[in-house]
Design a protein around this ligand. Structure first.
Ligand code: 13P
Ligand code: SF4
Length: 304
């Protein structure tokens, strides 16, 4: 396996150089894919890396909405998603048409859309947010009604911390809702010294048991900067690879064996190689949608 990976990586790096490509890799990717990253991070960090890169080709190792966000920000670059079926079920829980209908019922409401959404939904929104900046984004808004889409749990968390009442869309992340309060209690009992870090996509009763509520980038920073030596990780399992690699000597316990995002795991080294060989799958956004979606993304990037 090691040798096979080494051969693959050599081929990938050669092609990467020839094509002037950059690898943007999400914290939930397979360990071997994380290990070839130029930039590894959360949704916010990766969209900032996309905005700053001078590469010609962005190979996005993440899910579809992340590659699409890069295409929204960088229309002059070729954005490749190594597996076209690597989607985010939560992003598909609301369509632009459904959002237009809801906006008619709530005229005047400011629409905040989680970045885990399609370009068409972003185009119908006033401002975007990620799990790293959702509190800041909502705090930046003037008083008035807010419609938060599509993640009801992130919306609920933001509302509880900002005191802003919001209308929610009933979307959710299947991976994060699989984490239960019993999972946290069980791990806390097994590791009483450990701090529980959970992602704000988790259910409210799970968030109530957490010591820290953080985006994946926030978890990486917390693990590095805090003096805590043991952590229970309440998010997708893939992040443990990076946490362990960057923090030898600290201990990380996955909250549950169920917290796996199958879409994130679709991307393999082979598929990264094929993506560069065949220049596939190119992610593009029609220009009228792109411009509208970009204004929601830019508005977010201005305040972080
Ligand atoms: P982050 O922005 O925290 O990396 O989260 C992305 C995501 O898809 C969480 O499920
Ligand atoms: Fe979507 Fe959840 Fe997977 Fe994140 S972990 S990409 S929100 S399904």
């Amino acid at each position: 396996m090691e040798n096979k990976n080494a051969e693959l990586v050599e081929k990938i790096l050669k092609l990467k150089k020839e094509k002037n490509a950059v690898f943007l890799v999400h914290n939930y990717q397979r360990g071997e894919v994380q290990d070839i990253a130029d930039h590894i991070g959360d949704s916010l960090g990766l969209s900032q890396s996309a905005a700053e890169t001078d590469a010609d080709v962005i190979v996005f190792c993440g899910v579809h909405f992340m590659a699409e966000t890069a295409a929204i920000i960088c229309p002059d670059k070729t954005v490749l998603l190594p597996d076209i079926n690597s989607g985010c079920p939560m992003a598909d829980m609301i369509t632009a048409e459904q959002l237009r209908q809801r906006k008619k019922e709530l005229p005047g409401a400011t629409v905040v859309c989680y970045v885990n959404s399609t370009a068409e939904v972003k185009a119908e929104s006033d401002i975007c947010c990620t799990s790293a900046n959702a509190l800041k984004v909502v705090e930046s808004l003037d008083a008035g009604e807010i419609l938060f889409v599509p993640d009801q749990y992130l919306g609920h968390y933001v509302s509880s911390r900002t005191g802003r009442e919001m209308h929610y869309w009933p979307g959710y992340c299947p991976t994060h809702v699989s984490i239960t309060s019993d999972d946290i209690l069980k791990r806390k009992k097994e590791h009483p010294q450990a701090k529980a870090l959970v992602h704000p996509e988790c259910r409210p009763e799970v968030i109530d048991l957490a010591d820290e509520v953080l985006s994946t980038g926030g978890m990486i920073r917390y693990a590095r900067e805090s003096s805590t030596r043991e952590m229970i990780i309440g998010t997708e399992f893939g992040i443990i690879h990076r946490l362990e690699k960057e923090n030898p000597g600290k201990k990380f316990y996955a909250v549950s064996q169920k917290a796996i995002c199958p879409n994130m795991k679709r991307i393999t080294l082979e598929k990264v190689l094929w993506a560069l060989e065949d220049m596939k799958h190119q992610i593009t956004v029609p220009e009228d949608i792109r411009l509208k979606a970009k204004s929601a993304v830019d508005r977010m990037l201005e305040i972080v």
